[in-house]
Structures are given as structure tokens and as C-alpha cells.
Design a protein. Sequence first.
Length: 125
Amino acid sequence: MSDVYVGPVVLEVNGTEIEIREVSPTVDTGRKLVKTMNSTGRAKGHVNGIATYNLTLEAVIPKSGTIVWENITDAKLTIYPEDTASGGLTTTYRNFTVQTVGRQYSVDNEARISISGFALNCIEE
């Protein structure tokens, strides 16, 4: 029997489904190496820090009904598998705030918008 993996996902912003091409969440744990001078000549430990959640999204630009991404603050982003029957976790990012927005137009592809921002909390269910 073969393994089944999570395929495409669905993204919702405040409960509204968004047509996306790509979403890339990253977590920075905030942990840092503590360097000290000692007889071993190497670091011996770390310090825990504050975790941060960064997300980059790439969406297509619809002809009408588009979101004004520059105005998004304290939003709720939910990512879940397109095929919920196959399992997979639902991940919710709370208090998402947009930092940068960029647009891309190409002769060979659809118009796209790139969004990057941060969330204050992440919950996996």
C-alpha cells in the first residue's frame, strides 16, 4: 500500500476563500546560540526567544472583487487540505498583518500579487 500525502491546500482570509498559487509559512523559534569564552573553545548552550510566524503568499489577481491586501491587519488565515477526507492538519494563523505587497505582470502568465506578512500566533488542529 502506498503512502498518501497532503496535496493542494485551501487558504481562507477571515473566512473568505482566496485563489492562491503558493503559500509559504515559516517559523522563527527565536532561539539563539550563546557564545562564551571557555577552555573547550566552543559554544555550550542557547537561550530561548520569542517565536515569530512569517508568511508569504502568491495569489492571482481577479478582474473584480479583489482584496485590498495593503489594508489587512489582525486577520485570521486558515490553511487546510483541499481533500479533507485524506486527513491533514488545519493551521490557523491569528493576527496576521501584511507588511509588503507586490504585483507581477508577464506576457506568458496570469497577473499575480505577492504578499508577505507576519502572524502573532499559530494553532494546528
